[in-house]
Design a protein around this ligand. Structure first.
Ligand code: HEM
Ligand SMILES: *[C@@H]1O[C@H](CO)[C@@H](O)[C@H](O)[C@H]1NC(C)=O
Ligand SMILES: *[C@@H]1O[C@H](CO)[C@@H](O)[C@H](O)[C@H]1NC(C)=O
Length: 510
């Protein structure tokens, strides 16, 4: 996930780091050669590119690691090993091998390496996304499955999300009246935060009027730091020095976010004291109900859980919406076809509801096709081997980090006809879904660590995308042609468009 050459911004840090590196490299070298001597002799590491001393293959990652790794895998195969600084890494690049890692051998591949940007303020001991598979993690996942993200609770919270989408449509309508272009990614980010904050707390955490965008900025800042390359993650010896100030900055951000949640929870506790516990139908209410029986679910736990839901859920959902709309604008005949489906099933200019989703196969196919070409988490969240694991005759050594390149699997010509063509039709009449059962398309991962909020993400995406295209026509800003739309990717914790998509909405309602 992390690579040091992501942008020239990091060059300055690199000069300072070089100094530390020179100092530490001798020590590292001695330690490494010592460890190498004590390694078991029958280990057969997966093949991979030649390593430089000390930095290993770090420089080969480039600005877009998922693309560089895809290229390397063409030479070295679907199970490939690299050394990223001091971290042995295994990269999986085929659907078949992804199944081995995420399903067959997931017993010892279900923990995660913990980046420095996550080990702040004890978050690493609470984080649903990063704690190892322990009774606590199992308990949290069970609560997710049975209470937070079950069909029943998502159904009962859909009214609050419907209202937010209506607000989005009203905002877009205002822009359409003055012919103003909208930055789709930014709008999607804002609305996704509010969809989540209402699902969790029944509150807007981004307000459409005014500049009080602190919460939004905090989530952006946290996500950025988690997604940026941090040299201390590749050379753990540098962690105490924190050469890029990642830990210092992240502690501030996370403290502020936890504080915002602290206030919301206190406010609710007071309310529950006065008017009882059945007034709200949101996740906070469910969690406070749970806390009465399960002492694990205390206020601190709820704060850290909410943190993870926002950080994992916002960028991913927003980026997918932006890519989907980009592909539709670039493919007018697909846009026409989906508009026709919406008009027939939903009715002209009406918003799409979550309960409509099952009736919209073509819209669903569009989302699948978007995930295939633009998986928002292209290397999934890395896993860590708890012990040596044998795969396909190779050994993934204990403590190696394991990444699954779903971006390259989505473009594998042995799995997909015309892999670079955006064609939702390929999913009509196909059994392939995105729920972690078909390893050729696994944008949410698979196995025990699969994204717990997959169903919520799909509901939000289809509802937003469907409503936006059923109520408006979308055209490029004046003077822009289809050829001008830049499809470059920007790698971070999520894969975003490098150039934001700006579109002018045209109201087609009455
Ligand atoms: C388009 C939207 C989304 C995509 C593509 C996505 C993708 C992913 C992926 C690839 C993983 C790692 C899976 C693995 O290791 O096999 C993950 C984990 C996770 N996601 Fe999502 N996600 C999305 C939306 C959301 C939303 C909306 C939320 C919360 C409201 C969320 C919460 C989480 C959490 C908490 C984890 C960690 C689970 C664990 O480690 O046990 N995600 N997601
Ligand atoms: C976000 O990060 C930037 C740059 O590090 C900083 O200037 C800004 O104050 C941060 N925002 C918040 C709300 O903390
Ligand atoms: C919380 O508990 C109250 C009282 O038992 C119940 O009425 C309510 O439905 C519960 N809320 C949730 C979201 O589980």
């Amino acid at each position: 996930m992390h690579h040091p050459m992501a942008s020239t911004l990091y060059t300055v840090d690199f000069v300072t780091c070089a100094l530390f590196l020179l100092l530490t490299c001798t020590i590292i070298h001695v330690v490494v050669s010592f460890l190498a001597r004590t390694r078991k002799p029958n280990l057969k590491l997966p093949p991979g590119p030649t390593r430089l001393p000390i930095i290993g293959n770090l420089l080969e990652l480039g600005e877009k690691p998922h693309q560089s790794l895809a290229k390397l895998a063409k030479t070295h195969g679907p199970v490939m090993s690299l050394k990223l600084g001091q971290v042995t890494s295994v990269v999986i690049s085929s659907a078949e091998m992804a199944k081995e890692v995420l399903q067959t051998h997931d017993n010892f591949l279900s923990n995660r390496p913990i980046p420095q940007s996550v080990s702040v303020l004890n978050h690493e001991h609470y984080s649903l996304a990063f704690i190892p598979v322990t009774p606590l993690w199992r308990d949290l996942r069970k609560i997710c499955n049975t209470q937070l993200f079950s069909h029943k609770s998502l159904d009962s919270s859909q009214d609050i999300r419907r209202e937010k989408v209506q607000q989005l449509l009203n905002d877009v309508k205002k822009s359409s009246q003055i012919g103003e272009a909208i930055d789709i990614g930014r709008e999607a980010f804002k609305i996704t935060i509010n969809l989540l904050s209402n699902t969790i707390f029944s509150e807007d955490l981004v307000h459409s009027s005014g500049t009080a965008g602190e919460f939004k900025e905090l989530i952006t800042n946290i996500t950025k730091l988690v997604g940026s390359p941090n040299i201390a993650d590749f050379f753990p010896q540098l962690k105490i020095i924190d050469p890029q100030s990642v830990k210092r900055q992240q502690s501030k951000n996370v403290a502020k976010v936890l504080d915002i949640f602290d206030h919301l929870i206190r406010k609710r506790l007071k309310l529950r004291g006065c008017i009882g516990s059945d007034t709200y139908n949101d996740m906070l209410n469910a969690l406070l109900n749970i806390s009465k029986e399960n002492e694990m679910m205390d206020k601190t736990m709820i704060e850290h859980l909410a943190h993870d839901l926002f950080v994992a859920g916002t960028d991913t959902t927003a980026a997918t919406l932006e890519w989907a709309l980009t592909e539709l604008v670039l493919n007018p005949e697909i846009m026409l076809k989906v508009k026709k489906e919406l008009e027939e099933i939903i009715g002209k200019a009406k918003p799409v509801e979550e309960s409509d989703i099952a009736k919209l196969p073509y819209l669903q196919a569009i989302i699948k096709e978007t995930f295939r070409l633009h998986p928002p988490v292209p290397l999934l969240l890395p896993r860590k081997a708890e012990r040596d694991v044998e795969i396909c005759g190779y050994t993934i050594p204990k403590d190696a980090q394991v990444m699954v390149n779903v971006w390259t699997i989505g473009r594998d010509p042995t799995l997909w006809d015309n892999p670079n063509l955006f064609s939702p039709e390929r999913f009509i009449g196909s059994e392939i879904d995105i729920k972690g059962r078909h390893f050729e398309l696994a944008p949410f991962g698979a196995g025990r660590r699969i994204c717990p909020a997959m169903m919520l993400a799909i509901r939000m995406l289809l509802m937003m995308l469907g409503s936006l295209i059923n109520s408006f026509d979308w055209k490029l800003e004046d003077g822009m042609k289809l050829e001008d739309v830049n499809m470059d990717e920007k790698f971070g914790i999520t894969l975003q468009k490098a150039q934001p998509l700006r579109l002018v909405p045209v109201n087609i309602g009455n």
